[in-house]
Ligand binder design. Structure first.
Ligand code: NAP
Length: 521
């Protein structure tokens, strides 16, 4: 099977054999993807002209209805996507749900935002401000959709959620979505877009898809386009320093790798609910999607006095994880996505071992229904580093698999310093029953994080999860995490809008404001 690209309103296959998409359990080829010979320049122009004009003509409510239409198509086909996620990404049912339902749920949330914004087509921000003595002359801020496309370059780990969280925000803003999924797992993105296009719910040019390398994308961007990228820091650096991106000052949002952490409060002794919730979360983050979540916990900080208890509890829980072919219903953790990822994770573990010792994992693995030679499994691996203040590698090397490092801290101030050693992370979580420790830690780690989750006994069951991105909250992080921000309610629209000041007659400004929705909801 060859995955076609949906460009300029039609499906086009690449002209060469392209790249193989491989089942990470069986080692068999599932499909091929290539963009060779696909006219990406014409596709971008088509999206800008046709899709952009169509969306700008719609109100937020109409765009919201369009997005709901997409979500409805995907909901109707939902059950058929799990087998694809299983085959191409090695997902268990829960892994698949995080990606598939996560994508659909995010679209539904964005659709509701559109409904709330109603009949407006653009946004106003704040009140009119007087600029001179004469009250007749004032200023205000307005945001309108940019005239280009949203170029959405995604990582391999979320072929559904990554596609739809970006496309949804872009379309609601009034900017066509031009999706480029990671080639290795593009099958799910392809099938979902195919179902949406076949259902006829999107106007021409509003949604495009390229399956394959499409490396010319960055040569073709303009200052009115916006690139939303998720992936490795290396690719992010290549995009950031691309001549065209620099010269045209292209909007570029980066979601890159991150050494996320969690902190167990000094009060949370063994036997407390917070201790148990902490252990459950670390194990869940290590094993869900085989640890291939940008938000996964890579560093776990605990009071020195309880590190032995925590290590034993996590080791015991990891001992219950069944690793193997997700087609077998007893399996609770699948493989990483490819042989190259398997090699990269093993190399990262080898580096981490220069500063940490293995508590469990990193050895021969008992696999259910899978052949170790053909497949891409990694044992859930807990490491322990007893000298985190002087260590470097544990705060720097991201093992993008089921791997986490446990570390002790001496006091609250040191816990903050250690979390911040990630030099910018997407998320951190704090497990404590002490509200003052929670406050001080939240404020201490805030400058280095995009999201902070605080869990005590009362919200332990209700909380949505350290690694789960909720569309109401910002997704992104400073520094190493890329310094980007996606989602976060209406704020997510800002990336696709030009905000500008208008100065003039106050009553005329009111006339402009009358057609706008409030940017703050
Ligand atoms: P990657 O190798 O950087 O690839 C990401 C995407 O960029 C893919 O679609 C890839 O296309 C494309 N790409 C690569 N080189 C490009 C270039 N020169 N120009 C334009 N596009 C290019 O990353 P990955 O291996 O898929 O993802 C793993 C990494 O992503 C991890 O480090 C993880 O931490 C990070 N991640 C971050 C987040 C977040 O939200 N912050 C989420 C998930 C993952 P091809 O597939 O065709 O090569």
């Amino acid at each position: 099977m060859k995955l076609a690209s949906y460009v300029s309103g039609r499906w086009v296959e690449g002209s060469d054999q392209g790249t193989a998409l491989i089942d990470p359990v069986l080692g068999t080829e599932l499909a091929r993807a290539s963009t060779t010979g696909v006219d990406v320049g014409a596709a971008l122009a088509f999206a800008r002209d046709k899709g952009g004009a169509a969306l700008r003509d719609m109100t937020f409510a109409q765009r919201g209805a369009l997005i709901k239409g997409i979500a409805d198509v995907l909901t109707a086909k939902r059950d058929s996507y799990f087998a694809i996620a299983q085959a191409n990404s090695g997902n268990t049912k829960i892994d698949g749900a995080i990606d598939i339902d996560g994508g659909i749920g995010t679209l539904k949330y964005i659709a509701r935002l559109g409904e709330t914004l109603g009949a407006a087509k653009y946004l106003k921000d704040g009140k009119l401000e007087r600029l001179s003595r004469d009250e007749a002359f004032q200023a205000m801020h307005v945001s309108v959709p940019i005239r280009g496309v949203g170029i959405h370059i995604n990582a391999f780990n979320f072929p559904s959620w990554g596609l739809w969280e970006k496309a949804g925000m872009s379309i609601l803003a009034g900017v066509p979505a031009f999706a480029k999924p990671a080639t290795a797992t593009a099958l799910l993105s392809y099938q979902m877009v195919k179902d949406v296009i076949d259902a006829g719910v999107v106007p021409p040019g509003v949604l495009s898809l390229v399956c394959g390398g499409a490396r010319e994308l960055t040569d073709l961007v303009t200052g009115q386009d916006a690139i939303a990228f998720t992936g490795s820091a290396d690719t992010a650096a290549a995009l950031k320093t691309h001549k065209r991106v620099i010269e045209s000052c292209v909007r570029l949002n980066i979601e890159a790798d991150s050494l996320n952490s969690c902190i167990l409060g000094p009060d949370a002794k063994p036997g407390t609910p917070e201790f148990d919730f902490f252990v459950r979360e670390v194990v869940r983050e290590m094993t869900t999607k085989a640890g291939q979540k940008c938000t996964a916990i890579r560093r776990a900080f605990v009071p020195k006095a309880v590190i032995g208890d925590v290590a034993a509890a996590i080791e015991a829980a990891l001992g219950k994880i069944v690793v193997g072919n997700p087609r077998n219903e007893t399996v609770t953790m699948g493989p990483v996505v490819s042989k190259s990822q398997q090699k990269a994770v093993l190399e990262a573990v080898a580096k981490l071992k220069s500063e940490a010792k293995v508590v469990t994992g990193d050895g021969a693995l008992k696999l259910v229904d899978a052949d170790a030679d053909k497949s891409c499994f990694i044992a859930p691996t807990l490491l322990r580093c007893d000298t985190p203040a002087t260590a470097n590698v544990v705060h720097d090397v991201e093992p993008f698999g089921p791997v986490s490092t446990l570390m002790p801290y001496d006091n609250a101030a040191q816990a903050i310093q250690l979390a911040d050693r990630g030099e910018g992370s997407l998320v951190a979580s704090i497990f404590t029953g002490d509200k003052d420790f929670a406050r001080d830690t939240v404020l201490g780690i805030g400058p280095y994080h995009g999201r902070v989750l605080v869990v005590d006994a009362s919200v332990g069951k209700a909380q949505t999860g350290h690694g789960i991105v909720m569309p109401m909250c910002v997704h992104g992080g400073p520094g190493r995490a890329g310094n980007g921000a996606e989602l976060g309610g209406l704020r997510g629209l800002a990336f696709y809008h030009q905000r500008f000041a208008v100065q003039g007659r106050a009553d005329w400004l009111q006339n402009v404001a009358a057609g706008a929705a409030d940017a703050n909801g």
